[in-house]
Design a protein around this ligand. Structure first.
Ligand SMILES: [Zn+2]
Ligand SMILES: [Zn+2]
Length: 468
């Protein structure tokens, strides 16, 4: 037995009396080699017929009860078979202990408390009040002389936050294979992609973009591990209608970024994400310490961290959008993308990309949202989904129609969310641009009613004529 475990376990070994069930409530955020050794020793002690580990609900530095359970599940196979591990029914696992004692008067319990100081004092007091009232338990309070410093949850979380994989893994049970240690690491550092989405943000799929931008930030060496959780709110009508409504915020206490998506342009939402990620980085750097009780979207109170979030957030966002288009341009000699200057507007680049291109998946959500193509102002590029032109009756004229439509959006300064009026104006402008270059407008005219509910009429061109 390790010496630190011995210090921890000694009071248990000395416990005498009748057989019973050991209850081990704790935070376990995350479970460490110390927790593992404790449970292991208790389970091997013949005094205890069974050991029940109860995981508390409180998040610690972004580590959740579910993640704690996932890590315990890895440990389980190295523990004796009489060990049961579960998430407590009550937010405080001490409440579970209390109700088990009350509800099972014929069973004798050994609650083992005080593990690494993770229980708060209020819990212990409430627990003490059972003493004397119920004869079917005996509390074992554990103290470790060195405070368990080397293997405490706090140190383990610090390693996690610092992205120190090796140090983190040194706090895990030595029995684990390297693969299992890697799994534990990835459970606690997984990308937001795998995290809970509370509300699906319309038909627009953010996760691939969130993942792509997050990977970009990691590549740039930003200190953002453990990655935050991302929550989308797409059903907040009142907020969406309020001009001063929230767009996003970061809660440093539980490391959650909340993005409001209703009636917002997806790129605007992604820009918000970049901004909040800077706040997350500030938190990982321990620079939000004095403001942990407020959300960082309360601008004005926090000029320095705010300024940084705006500047770095925008920089990151721009850098990221550049890589998406650059990556494609680099591949232009391949079959998976075409790049050429716009026929209609000097300085604007056209990029037609096909599904074989490595960036296609990142762009797909935009295509799903906007149809044939969209404009990326950061790199002055109109990106067109080439897949629409493969094995279809769409041809060169349609490609030019798409380009002219997007260029018109650009010329008219359309930046807001999707609107019917903007769409019609973009087609009307496209008609003028195509005519000016002697290109076909047949398809545009033919599809006009389908797209806008009314027949094409040259009189409609008045709407855009003077603005192009
Ligand atoms: Zn901010
Ligand atoms: Zn459009």
């Amino acid at each position: 037995m390790n010496s630190f475990v011995k210090v921890l376990i000694q009071p248990i070994l000395e416990a005498e009396g009748q057989k019973g069930i050991a209850l081990i409530p704790g935070g376990f955020k995350p479970p460490t080699i110390g927790h593992f050794a404790l449970v292991d020793e208790v389970a091997k002690n013949s005094n205890f017929e069974k050991v029940i580990v109860l995981i508390g609900h409180k998040n610690r530095d972004g580590v959740s009860k579910e993640e704690s359970k996932e890590i315990w599940d890895i440990y389980q196979k190295y523990l004796p078979s009489n060990v049961e591990i579960k998430i407590a029914e009550n937010p405080s696992p001490i409440s579970d202990v209390a109700s088990m004692i009350k509800n099972n008067p014929d069973t004798f319990f050994y609650p083992i408390v005080g593990i690494r100081g993770e229980m708060d004092l209020g819990d212990l007091k409430r627990f003490d009040s059972l003493e004397g009232k119920y004869p079917n338990f005996k509390t074992i309070v554990i103290r470790s002389e060195d405070g368990g410093g080397r293997i405490s949850g706090t140190n383990t979380r610090a390693a996690l936050i610092g992205g120190e994989k090796e140090r983190f893994q040194s706090y895990l049970p030595t029995q684990l294979s390297q693969e299992e240690k890697d799994k534990a690491w990835s459970i606690l550092t997984k990308t937001p992609l795998d995290e809970v989405m509370y509300a699906e943000p319309s038909e627009f799929s953010y996760p691939p973009l969130i993942k792509s931008l997050t990977e970009f930030m990691l590549d740039k060496g930003m200190n953002i591990r453990p990655l935050p959780k991302v929550k989308f709110v797409n059903n907040d009508e009142a907020n969406a209608q309020d001009f001063f409504g929230k767009t996003a915020y970061y809660n440093p206490n539980n490391r959650v970024i909340v993005l409001y998506t209703m009636n917002r342009h997806p790129k605007d939402v992604m820009r918000s994400y970049a901004h909040e990620m800077i706040h997350h980085m500030q938190n990982c750097d321990n620079r939000l310490n004095n403001i942990t009780t407020q959300n960082t979207n309360e601008e004005g109170d926090l000029p320095e961290v705010e300024r940084e979030a705006y500047e770095k957030g925008n920089m990151m966002f721009r850098g990221w959008t550049d890589t998406i288009t650059e990556g494609v341009i680099k591949e232009e000699t391949e079959d998976d993308a075409l790049s050429y200057p716009s026929t209609f507007k000097p300085g604007v680049n056209i990029l037609v990309i096909f599904k074989e291109n490595e960036n296609y998946e990142n762009l797909k959500p935009y295509f799903d949202e906007y149809g044939y193509g969209f404009y990326y102002p950061e790199s002055k590029t109109i990106i067109i989904n080439g897949e629409n032109f493969v094995d279809s009756d769409l041809d060169f004229n349609d490609l030019k129609f798409v380009e002219a439509h997007e260029v018109t959006h650009l010329l008219l300064g359309h930046t807001g969310p999707y609107s019917e009026d903007d769409e019609m104006d973009a087609d009307l402008g496209a008609y003028i641009l195509l005519k000016n270059k002697g290109l076909s407008t047949d398809k545009l005219v033919k599809e006009f009613k389908n797209r806008h509910g009314i027949d094409f009429d040259e009189k409609l061109l008045e709407r855009v004529k003077n603005k192009l």
